[in-house]
Design a protein around this ligand. Structure first.
Ligand SMILES: Nc1ncnc2c1ncn2[C@@H]1O[C@H](COP(=O)(O)OP(=O)(O)OP(=O)(O)O)[C@@H](O)[C@H]1O
Length: 363
């Protein structure tokens, strides 16, 4: 099966529901053949953006172009877009074959041509032999594949998926995620997926568009966003980050000094763009912390609260001197004697890579 994937550009998209702004000034670009994820908490406007791209809502104002052509004035049906909704929206009284063929009848395809296309699509989504079933006679995963096949029927230049795995259990979700990536790579179709699950977004997409309260916080590859979050919100939403409050004491090219909420002083070997006296939040990724025997300019004293094994790693919850809790992960070392709960210890921070944000930023 061949597709003609095209680049998607959304520029300055806004939408209001009954005078209430839902999304404002949303702009991003997805290269042809790429898979992008619109990621953010419930209610941040992801589905609204997707529906506007699909032509189900007007982009007021805003320009949406596909393959360099402004499609904003076109009705949804003429945009060359396939969409899979959260609940799949299959017609319950139609068979699998009829559901998939539905968009083709609008295009005036005759019966024979429709049949051949349905067969091809059923093979693509590995549902051969189930064409006469009704949706209720299928599992959730099979229903989702029918919805994907229907979205692909008209050979769209863009595939939109709104929380396509939300209704499925964890194990099946992983299988279908792998299947979707394989299908997307085989077809090379430009795809935008909406999800509130950051792990799902990182696993599926080569580009993340992180949204918060109707606007975009950051776009970038999963690694860029994880390693260089543009805001405290992004840092906290994509992956876990421990948060430690501090006040900047001095900041110069030779290094910066911070007074931590625990009363301890930390030295950072870099200049911070904060004036002395600024309240800040330090964020630390669990895998970048380590337990050490002795204090230094880069350590904070802590107490082990609990250790939980997770596959090859162990996750440790640590309380700092003022009660601030942070998490640390390290490879499970079977040779080492287990750390005792409430044992005093020192946490070495990765002072090169930790992030510093203004304390006033919403968490
Ligand atoms: N039809 C509607 N009428 C009025 N307000 C709406 C409508 N649809 C969405 N909203 C509001 O617009 C905002 C964005 O909603 P949207 O569904 O786009 O968010 P979302 O990020 O997709 O959320 P979720 O993950 O929960 O689906 C929310 O505040 C929501 O309550």
């Amino acid at each position: 099966m061949q597709t003609h994937s095209q680049a998607l550009t959304v520029n300055g998209l806004s939408h209001t529901y009954a005078g209430q702004p839902a999304v404002e000034g949303v702009s991003f670009h997805v290269a042809a053949g790429e898979i992008a994820a619109l990621l953010g908490p419930s209610g941040c406007g992801k589905s609204t953006v997707l529906r506007a791209i699909a032509g189900l809502l007007p982009a007021k104002p805003g320009v949406i172009s596909l393959g360099g052509r402004d499609i904003s004035p076109l009705p949804g049906r003429e945009r060359g877009i396939g969409m899979v909704f959260q609940n799949y929206a299959l017609f319950p009284h139609m068979t699998v074959a009829e559901n998939i063929a539905y968009p083709l009848s609008f295009r005036g395809w005759d019966r024979k041509r429709r049949q051949a296309r349905v067969e091809e699509l059923l093979a693509t989504v590995q549902l051969g032999g189930l064409e006469r079933r009704l949706p209720r006679q299928l599992s959730g995963g099979q229903q989702q594949r029918v919805a994907v096949a229907r979205a692909l029927a008209v050979d769209p230049a863009l595939l939109l998926l709104d929380e396509p795995f939300a209704a499925l259990d964890r194990a099946l979700r992983l299988d279908l995620q792998i299947e979707l990536v394989r299908l997307q790579q085989t077809l090379g179709i430009t795809t935008v997926i909406v999800t509130h699950d950051q792990e799902e977004a990182q696993a599926l997409a080569s580009q993340l568009v992180v949204m918060n309260r109707g606007h975009i916080e950051q776009t970038g590859t999963p690694a860029e966003i994880y390693d260089h979050p543009a805001s405290l919100f992004v840092n906290s939403f994509v992956g876990y980050a421990g948060k430690i409050r501090a006040v900047v004491e001095s900041a110069s090219a030779a290094g910066s000094t911070l007074k931590v909420s625990t009363g301890e002083t930390l030295r950072l070997p870099r200049e911070l763009r904060f004036a002395p006296g600024s309240p800040v939040v330090l964020t630390v990724r669990p895998e970048r912390l380590s337990i050490v025997d002795r204090p230094s300019d880069f350590t904070l004293a802590g107490r082990l609260l609990v250790s939980t094994p997770l596959g090859p790693d162990v996750i440790r919850s640590i309380a700092l001197a003022d009660g601030t809790e942070i998490k640390l992960t390290e490879p499970r070392d079977l040779r080492r004697s287990p750390l005792e709960s409430s044992a005093p210890l020192f946490i070495a921070l990765d002072v090169v890579n930790l992030h510093v944000f203004p304390a006033g930023e919403a968490l």
